[in-house]
Write a protein that binds this ligand. Structure first.
Ligand code: GDP
Ligand code: MG
Length: 597
């Protein structure tokens, strides 16, 4: 155990995490420069042939240090996006140290700070490293000062590297060996292992990536999952070197994988503890909490697909994605479908795309909505995952609460004015305004999550020419003055278009929404009336004039190929739409609410 080092590389996106990881693999001889390429090709080929994704979760390397000893290094990968921030924390809990990588041309950005604090919370030793020093625009001295001023890490501890050019790599490895402590633990104690990642393998079933804190684990052993009490028999243990390599056992301090013919990935909860079924530990690795989706949307089959097809696709998909949650729902407007919970918008996009591309169903997604909490006068608390579940009878409602986040923004100072305006518009309350250096400002806001999922990303990138970065974490629920906007098409309420909004914004949003719907709903042979209102009180209304003539009428007797093309085009457009009465609603109509401010 003295010669084991477990660490992660943490960074803002694009600061060079993957490139540095490749250099470490190459330097330690885990893979040669040529193999590094081949390795990637292999992976792609396997993915293509067998339809499985092999992602590096934890790589084992051996490093012969300057002190003459050979060390086992486990490099643990962390997911990069804010949607998966809980998983980052659990991956870090499997380490004793973290390499904090900062781009020499960009300096500290929002996820640099967010990930730094996650590492601090896990009591990790943090090695600050400035990357990309080969670039002419690199400013290592400025970034060093930022690291010292903002994160409080002494600038003499900062290493300078170019992951691309392979400069300073040995110094990073020496720092890992000399500054990060070895794992602690006791091989004689009962098994205690932390699950920090998982994936689904067609052959092995659900595979758990674990860090062993005490005891050992081998094939044949019966294990128990702490959160559910479910038991399984271990079939295989091993490590990624970086190929999946079987081992006789994993022992205290080790990082590796376990396969136990677990069929459903949802049985393997990230952050959960694995123990020996015959001799279980009393307390798990601390900090486990089940992930809770914060964003919900309805998913329905498009015209031409059935509920059963969608259900089968979702069931198959969910085996591969432990974070997704779903339950059937019925929408008066859309029929039978599912209410699906996601970790965030990116996660939702991934699910939507994979369902269509890999599982062959075309779907309609309703506008995503955050989870609301309704406190009833009776004292009961209801969780609202679908705006149409909000009680009709306001008399019984004490208050509605919505989720708030702590939002951190880092931006060049030139854009601060724009960004502050945006945050105010989005009901943000400023908590902090701090110069990281004379040119860079860090802002912190409390903001409703719903405002971030609307269109915050595009707005802030647009206002800052792409320079501002942001990150957020969930704070809690807070009471706000919220109402439901109902949408009517030809006087019929369309439940799937309704959404919850702050009362002060209701008029503006209603107006913008009906205008947007007018744009995206194709003209029909009859007039279509689009209205939005609070309760049954209409506050905005638009009319979509009827089509004058049949689209193809002009072509009769004329150019037959042109007519064909037109019909084909129509057919394509039909894939993602839903018939509502006589009106065809395209996918864009359901997402129109995201496009209003
Ligand atoms: P990640 O998102 O943190 O994993 O970043 P990547 O490793 O994918 O790198 C992002 C981009 O920066 C890629 O285009 C890399 O080639 C480039 N990059 C990474 N390290 C260096 C470096 O040391 N110097 C230069 N010039 N480019 C680098
Ligand atoms: Mg990467």
């Amino acid at each position: 155990m003295e010669r084991i080092r477990n660490f992660s590389i943490i960074a803002h996106v694009d600061h060079g995490k993957s490139t540095l990881a490749d250099r470490l693999l190459e330097f330690t001889g885990a893979v040669s420069r040529r193999e590094l390429k081949e390795q990637m090709l292999d992976t792609l080929e396997i993915e293509r042939e067998r339809g499985i994704t092999i992602k590096l979760q934890a790589v084992k390397m051996f490093y012969r240090a300057k002190d003459g000893n050979t060390y086992t290094l486990h490099l643990i990968d962390t997911p990069g996006h804010v949607d998966f921030s809980y998983e980052v924390s659990r991956a870090l809990a499997a380490c004793e140290g973290a390499v904090l990588l900062v781009d020499a041309t960009q300096g500290i950005e929002a996820q640099t700070v967010a990930n730094f604090w996650k590492a601090v919370e896990q009591d990790l030793v943090i090695l600050p490293v400035i990357n990309k020093i080969d670039l002419p625009s690199a400013e290592p001295d400025r970034v060093k000062r930022q690291i010292q001023d903002v994160l409080g890490l002494p600038s003499e501890d900062v290493l300078l590297v170019s992951a691309k050019e392979g400069i300073g790599i040995e110094e990073v490895l020496e720092a890992i060996v000399n500054r990060i402590p070895p794992p602690k633990g006791d091989t004689q104690k009962p098994l205690k292992a932390l699950i920090f990642d998982s994936y689904y393998d067609q052959y092995r079933g659900a595979v758990a990536f674990v860090r062993i804190f005490d005891g050992e684990i081998k094939p044949g052993m019966r294990i128990r999952l702490f959160s559910t009490g479910k038991e399984f028999e271990v079939v295989e243990v091993g490590a990624q070197t970086p190929k999946m390599t079987k081992l006789e056992k994993l022992t205290t301090g080790d990082v590796g994988y376990i396969a136990a013919s677990i069929k459903d990935l949802r049985d393997i909860k990230i952050g959960d503890t694995i123990t020996d079924a015959k001799n279980p530990v009393e307390s798990p690795v601390p900090g486990f909490r089940p992930v809770k989706p914060m964003v919900y949307a309805g998913i329905y089959p498009s015209e031409g697909y059935t509920y059963e097809q969608l259900r089968d696709a979702l069931e198959k998909y969910a085996i591969n994605d432990a974070a997704i949650q779903y339950e059937p729902e019925t929408s008066p407007a859309l029929g039978l479908g599912f209410r699906v919970g996601f970790l965030g918008l990116l996660h939702m996009e991934i699910v939507q795309e994979r369902l269509e591309r890999e599982y062959g169903v075309s779907i309609i997604t309703t506008a995503p909505s955050v989870v609301y909490r309704v406190r009833l006068k009776s004292g009961e608390i209801k969780e609202i995952r679908n705006p149409s579940d909000l009680p009709e009878n306001w008399g019984i409602v004490e208050a509605i609460e919505e989720p708030f986040v702590l939002l951190t923004i880092i931006t060049p100072k030139d854009f601060v004015g724009n960004i502050i305006n945006l945050c105010q518009e989005k009901r943000g309350v400023q908590q902090k305004f701090l110069y990281l250096d004379p040119n860079t400002v860090m802002l912190e806001y409390h903001m409703p999550l719903s405002e971030i999922i609307m269109d915050f990303h595009d707005k802030i990138k647009g206002l800052s020419k792409g320079y501002a970065s942001y990150d957020y974490e969930f704070l809690g629920f807070k009471e706000e003055d919220l109402v439901r906007l109902n949408v009517f098409i030809n006087n019929q309420p369309v439940d799937a278009l309704s959404f919850i909004v702050h009362r002060e914004k209701a008029y503006r949003r209603a107006r913008q929404l009906v205008e947007k719907l007018k744009e995206v709903i194709p003209r029909q042979l009859f007039e279509v009336k689009v209205q939005a209102g609070i309760g049954s009180k209409v506050i905005a209304s638009e009319r979509i004039p009827p089509l004058r003539a049949n689209v193809t009428a002009k072509c009769y007797g004329g150019d037959i190929t042109r007519k064909k093309k037109l019909l084909e085009k129509q057919k394509e457009g039909k894939k993602r739409l839903k018939q509502f009465g006589k009106v065809e609603l395209p996918q864009e109509a359901f997402l129109a609410v995201l496009k209003v401010e």
